[in-house]
Design a protein around this ligand. Structure first.
Ligand code: NAD
Ligand code: G6P
Ligand code: MN
Length: 434
């Protein structure tokens, strides 16, 4: 049987993961699931652990649930390690979102200055985890959901010798489901070939039962009308028909932070003025969720989890583990070394790309160059990611300043300097390398 270790086990997403393993128990013999957290997350971890045990008991699944604050104890002989932790918890995210807004800049937890500082806090922890794995479970696969998922994978694959590391995001799955709904097509029969970077990924071609329907998909996205203005659609589809037709591929939802940055910024500033931000909203959702999870009568994943952005995460993580373990050779979207998949990137750069998944891991499909419409932006962000990874590993402030200066949401050295200093100070306790 398999031993799975989940780092950040107290996350509200854990019940999805457990549901995913239960659903696959016929083909994926998970025997032990170890949920790992830290002292600050103990209360959440305990609630999740009890719920997990009830979920397993309900269906009589043969999965032992363990929970611990001792990561090394958990990692011994693990087969798969998943990560879903948040260094500094939601208070750190709040700073990532609120502080840049004061400077008239979008913070955002995965793009821009927010994403950069999330990476600077996260990468040292990932490096420690890799060291533990090298010693305690050298053959394990690490499947990492922790954001910024692509940038973190870039740091690990470039700067450590560890090869079996895959970054994972739910948004490609969300996109496929959205297209299915929009066009009234079964999402399972849809194949979208994705390439680009995490949160900057593009659906280049779409096939339905083998037929190329790429043009129809763009038309359907452009025709989308829910009665709202584009400004009001900031959290769904703010793209105009003209923009979509010229773009001519399916945009990541995160494209809105670059091409509709004023709408997004005004929204962030308005929230910040009211002392609010997405981190605060998530805190409230979490409080309700955990009150719910603690109910001893609850023994399934509650529907309310869908209010969180990570929907379909368990499907992505469990499918990936299933395909590696069972050597399936199906196609899934992952963050991995490009190795010739997309001609816009070097072999040793991490990309988010549709890949064939076997027991050897992901092998990117061949997609050629990205279209002119998006290639430049993707290259730009790749440079930002590589410089941020370098700064995070070396603890180099000058490199960090340069990375922040060139971020498409900043692009001004004086502004970057002031912002960097304030964020460095605000996050000091989680930035041991600086
Ligand atoms: P959360 O705030 O609930 O954090 C999860 C747990 O991590 C908490 O219980 C916390 O105590 C724990 N933690 C913090 N530092 C830790 C450490 N050093 N070691 C072990 N555990 C630690 O976070 P969440 O909202 O559930 O999200 C978890 C992570 O998943 C975040 O990094 C988030 O950005 C990411 N995420 C990724 C995607 C994606 O598409 N890849 C989608 C949603 C969330
Ligand atoms: C999306 C993204 C994630 C992101 C999440 C935020 O699904 O793919 O990478 O972290 O949403 O969700 P939240 O509920 O935390 O705002
Ligand atoms: Mn994501």
């Amino acid at each position: 049987g398999l031993k799975i270790v989940t780092i950040g086990g107290g996350s509200s997403y854990s019940p999805e993961l457990i549901e995913g393993f239960i659903k696959r128990s016929e083909t994926l013999p998970v025997r032990e699931l170890w949920l790992v957290d830290i002292e600050a997350g103990k209360e959440k971890l305990d609630i999740i652990t009890d719920l997990a045990k009830r979920m397993v008991r309900r269906v009589n699944a043969n999965i032992e649930i363990h929970s611990t604050l001792n990561r090394r104890e958990a990692l011994k002989n693990a087969d798969f390690v998943t990560t879903q932790f948040r260094v500094g918890q939601l208070d750190a995210r709040k700073k990532d979102e609120i502080i840049p807004a004061k400077y008239g800049i979008l913070g955002q937890e995965t793009n821009g200055p927010g994403g950069m500082f999330k990476a600077l806090r996260t990468i040292p922890v990932l490096i420690d985890i890799i060291h533990d794995c090298q010693e305690l479970c050298p053959d394990a696969w690490i499947i990492s959901f922790t954001n910024p998922a692509g940038l973190n994978a870039e740091a690990v694959l470039r700067y450590t010798g560890w090869k079996k590391f895959i970054g994972l995001c739910n948004s490609p799955t969300v996109i496929v489901h959205r297209i299915g709904r929009l066009m009234n097509l079964d999402p399972k029969q849809l194949r979208v070939d994705f390439a680009g970077l995490n949160h900057m990924v593009f659906g280049l071609h779409t096939y339905y039962q083998g037929q190329d329907i790429s043009k129809q998909v763009i038309d359907a996205l452009a025709a989308y009308n829910d009665g709202k203005t584009y400004e009001e659609r900031f959290d769904t589809l703010p793209y105009t028909p003209a923009f979509l037709h010229e773009l001519n591929c399916i945009p990541s939802p995160y494209l809105r932070y670059y091409f509709y940055k004023d709408i997004m910024l005004q929204h962030a500033i308005k929230e910040a003025e009211n002392g609010c931000c997405r981190a605060q909203v998530v805190k409230r959702i979490e409080q309700e969720l955990f009150a719910n999870y603690a109910d001893p009568a609850l023994d399934v994943k509650p529907k309310e989890l869908e209010q969180r952005g990570g929907a379909y995460y368990s499907d992505a993580a469990c499918s990936l583990i299933d395909s590696i373990y069972n050597d399936r050779g199906d196609i899934q979207v992952v963050n991995t070394l490009n190795n010739g998949g997309c001609a816009s990137f070097a072999a040793d750069e991490v990309v988010e790309i549709s890949s064939v998944i076997t027991k050897e891991g992901p092998r990117p499909i061949t997609v050629g160059r990205l279209p002119d419409q998006v290639e430049g932006l993707c290259r730009h962000i790749k440079s930002f990611e590589k410089l941020t990874a370098k700064a995070a590993i070396e603890g180099n402030r000058e490199t960090a300043l340069f990375a922040l200066t060139m971020n498409p949401l900043v692009q001004d050295e004086a502004l970057a300097k002031a912002l960097l200093e304030e964020l460095m100070e605000a996050h000091r306790e989680y930035l041991p390398q600086f």
